[in-house]
Design a binder for this molecule. Structure first.
Ligand code: ADP
Length: 492
């Protein structure tokens, strides 16, 4: 690991205080309350942001309700909705450098990633769903009797969307793209740790010319603003990405008004390396699987199963690579791992590392904080891990991987599946039959073969078991944001 400290002064872009975006206007919270958002690389305040709570949620939901019930949005041609989404994508593109910098400052992830992954994928997702807007339709159905029977795919109406801090703008795009393509109006709450790019997106929504109330953005906290969205009787659907614990609570709370709920939650994904794999590629894959985005990835390959015969050699190669990762100032173009998002996450990750050491696992590399200031953690590889240790069972959400030797395919699959999570998994082998057998046997919403963390707007993503309900991205997300109406017309 090499390090370079983050600069504490002289931000490269202007950052204004953040407001709520309700009914096409930027406003203060009704309560007048604000909260600070910080730069996790320097621990310094970036700016203050209006803090929404229930009163603001009521206003935003009323604006969204009006947009779907009365406004021009309700009767707009589907193709025109698509054009607005294309325009939004083009505006993000036109401001890509500034947006990437803003995301890096607010989240702590390297500019290398925000420029090359987050912002390009935001544009991709918005364009992908822009293309869907006029291709969402029902069927004619050959019902018995003398009827003309057809289905319509109608929007739910008002969608409450609650997103996390690990990919702040990208998660907003995953949520807004399909919801708007389908004709819904949206009340979106970014995470309190990273509200700035969602607020910037609101400016672009306005510039693109979406009708009043179609998109409302409410920075604020989960138990206040988030919970008010989930419990609101005029919110028809809730989409959430975040921890399994909060997902459970959201599902419980939304039962009160029987909302449609989709959840994308945590993971403890198995990354399985067989001895016959291309080992250089597998080491790179294991690196990407756990250190991309500082390990703050719900599908991180945090349980690394390595076939016994190559285990020691593989772990030692992985540790050597991990030592080379350049950790430091996220604004430096050469940095490959930035800061964890917050002091809370930083402390939590160091706590897990400590628990790993205490339980008898051995550090192959890392295991400490990096730098004196900022929430940086060393890329950490544990070996000698047992399946029942906390570091092999709980989601750490940091750059910490547990290496676990295995004997054969059956054992790898059984142990890989021995978790309440089921978000993603990967298998590395040059044997095509083995690859598909394992891919079919793993209980996960995504299985990567000889790759890790591959994503595309067209490919569905979501969890088995306690990793979630529903699939985002691809045409699958259209199912989340529409409901089907059957229309029967008697012909005699
Ligand atoms: P993490 O623990 O990784 O910060 P959370 O699941 O707590 O993730 O947060 C993800 C999102 O859910 C954030 O926008 C957060 O504000 C929101 N949230 C947290 N608690 C609640 C809640 N009780 N109701 C609704 N939203 C919540």
């Amino acid at each position: 690991m090499t390090t370079a400290a983050a600069s504490t002064t002289g931000l490269p872009i202007d950052i204004k205080p953040g407001k709520l975006f309700i009914a096409d206007k930027f406003v203060d919270a009704r309560s007048g309350k604000t909260f600070d958002t910080i730069n996790p690389a320097t621990e310094e305040v970036l700016t203050s942001v209006a803090e929404a709570d229930k009163a603001d949620v009521d206003l935003a939901v009323a604006a969204a309700r009006k947009a779907v019930d009365e406004g021009p949005w309700a009767t707009m041609d589907a193709r025109e909705r698509g054009r607005l989404l294309y325009k939004l994508a083009a505006l993000v593109d036109a401001n890509r450098d500034e947006i990437a910098t803003l995301e890096t400052l607010d989240n702590g992830k390297p500019i290398f990633e925000t420029s090359n992954v987050d912002v390009p994928q935001v544009i991709d997702v918005l364009e992908y769903y822009a293309g869907w807007a006029d291709k969402i339709h029902g069927d004619t159905v050959p019902a018995s009797g003398n009827f003309f029977t057809y289905t319509r795919r109608e929007p739910h109406g008002v969608c409450g969307q609650i997103i996390p801090w690990n990919f702040p703008l990208l998660m907003a795009a995953w949520k807004l793209g399909p919801a708007l393509a389908c004709g819904n109006a949206v009340v979106l709450k970014p995470a309190e740790q990273t509200p700035l790019t969602a607020i910037r997106l609101a400016e672009l929504v306005r510039e693109a010319g979406f009708p009043t109330g179609v998109v409302n953005i409410l920075p604020g906290y989960g138990p206040t603003a988030g919970s008010a969205i989930v419990n609101h009787p005029h919110v028809d659907k809730v989409a959430f990405t975040g921890s399994t614990e909060v997902g459970r609570q959201i599902q419980r709370e939304s039962a009160g008004t029987l909302k449609s709920v989709s959840l994308e939650l945590g993971g403890k994904s198995p990354n399985i390396v067989f001895a016959d794999a291309d080992l250089d590629a597998a080491v790179q894959g294991a690196m990407a699987g756990i250190f991309f985005n500082q390990g703050e990835v719900c599908c991180a390959g945090s349980r690394l199963f390595v076939e016994e015969s190559i285990h020691d050699e593989f772990v030692s190669a992985l540790a050597d690579h991990a030592k080379q990762v350049r950790v430091g100032d996220p604004l430096d173009a050469d940095t490959r791992m930035g800061a964890q998002v917050s002091e809370e996450q930083f402390t939590k990750i160091l706590g897990y590392i400590d628990a790993g050491k205490k339980s008898g696992a051995k550090i192959a590399t890392g295991g400490e904080r990096a730098l004196d200031k900022g929430y940086f953690v060393q890329p950490t590889v544990f070996e000698g891990v047992k399946d029942d240790m906390t570091i092999a069972r709980e989601e750490i959400f940091g750059p910490v991987v547990a290496a676990l030797p295995f004997k054969d395919l059956e054992e790898a699959v059984a142990r890989g599946n021995d978790t309440n999570y089921g978000l993603a998994a990967a298998v590395w082998t040059n044997d095509i039959k083995k690859a598909h057998r394992v891919a079919h046997a793993l209980k996960a919403g995504t299985v990567w073969v000889n790759t890790y963390n591959s994503f595309d707007a067209a490919v569905p993503f979501g969890g088995y078991k306690e990793s979630g309900i529903g699939r985002e991205l691809g045409k699958h997300a259209l199912d989340l944001y529409t409901q089907t109406k059957a229309v029967w017309v008697a012909l005699d």
